[in-house]
Design a protein around this ligand. Structure first.
Ligand SMILES: NC(=O)c1ccc[n+]([C@@H]2O[C@H](COP(=O)([O-])OP(=O)(O)OC[C@H]3O[C@@H](n4cnc5c(N)ncnc54)[C@H](O)[C@@H]3O)[C@@H](O)[C@H]2O)c1
Length: 249
């Protein structure tokens, strides 16, 4: 990844930070975009001088996304990889009880957010670049109570497939990643809300649904992003890539 530059939304989060570490380890520089200035600054500090930059960005706001892309070009002079990763869980409730505002919020972050990230990044993305949208195992399957999240994650696949065909003439590849449960706060919150169990028992209940019988580490998701970003995957585009311990089988 030497000389390559990546834009990561949700860059201060668990998967975003793990991916930034993996890309920087391989020689890339990264622009971290996310909601928390404190969180972004902490990841930026950890990555070391001149390897990263950050800008507070709400991915649902077009002007802020445009500014993040401009910030990336100003800091590093180019853009080769986009990781559209920002996400929120939403509440757990059946469709009939699902709060409408919450539906709008969840779809705004995942669908509008990934759309705006692609819309403003693609025109300046290097030919031969790579776009990875972080969907979920529930972008391929679904479970009761998560209608907004599962719908949003499925919708990202439609965006990915459309964009993959649009930018293929520039040798830009576009794929979605479909992680299963990851051992982090985001997932543990969903598990407790979905099962009503304490965190360790809720996690064990999820482990039992995963053929590999465990959660992923954030680093395992980052490794898949690195693969899709780099030169080992140059004939993979328009693909839905599960990284889910077999959960979607
Ligand atoms: N944790 C899991 O088990 C799991 C599984 C499958 C998919 N995912 C997906 O992985 C992605 C990253 O999640 P994570 O597990 O690292 O959780 P996380 O909460 O650590 O990270 C989410 C990030 O998104 C950012 N974000 C939220 N709303 C935003 C907005 N409007 N604008 C910009 N940034 C915003 C947050 O600031 C945070 O940095 C999400 O899209 C999530 O849906 C997570």
């Amino acid at each position: 990844m030497d000389g390559r530059v990546a834009l990561i939304t949700g860059g201060e989060g668990s998967v975003g930070a793990a991916t930034a570490r993996a890309l920087v380890r391989e020689g890339a520089r990264v622009l971290l975009a996310g909601l928390s200035a404190t969180g972004l600054a902490a990841v930026d500090r950890e990555l070391g001088a001149s390897r990263s930059a950050w800008v507070v960005t709400d991915v649902t706001d077009a002007s802020q996304v445009r500014r993040a892309v401009q910030h990336c070009l100003a800091a590093f002079g180019r853009l080769d990889v986009v990781f559209a990763n920002a996400g929120v869980t939403g509440v757990i409730a059946p469709v009939a009880d699902y709060p409408e505002q919450e539906w709008d919020r969840v779809l705004a972050v995942h669908v509008r957010g990934a759309f705006l990230t692609c819309k403003y990044a693609v025109p300046v993305l290097s030919d031969g670049g790579s776009v990875i949208i972080n969907s979920s195992v529930v972008g391929l399957t679904a479970d009761p109570g998560i209608c907004a999240y599962a719908t949003a994650k499925h919708a990202q696949v439609g965006l990915m497939r459309t964009l993959a065909k649009e930018v293929a003439p520039r040798a830009i590849r576009v794929n979605t990643l479909h992680p299963g449960p990851i051992d982090n706060a985001f997932q543990h919150g969903i598990e407790v809300a979905a099962t009503g169990l304490p965190p360790d028992r809720a996690a064990a209940a999820f482990d039992a649904m995963i053929p590999l019988r465990r959660h992923a580490t954030p680093g395992e998701i980052a490794a898949a992003v690195l693969f899709l970003a780099g030169p080992e995957s140059t004939f993979i585009t328009g693909a839905t890539i599960p990284v889910d311990g077999g959960m979607s089988v």
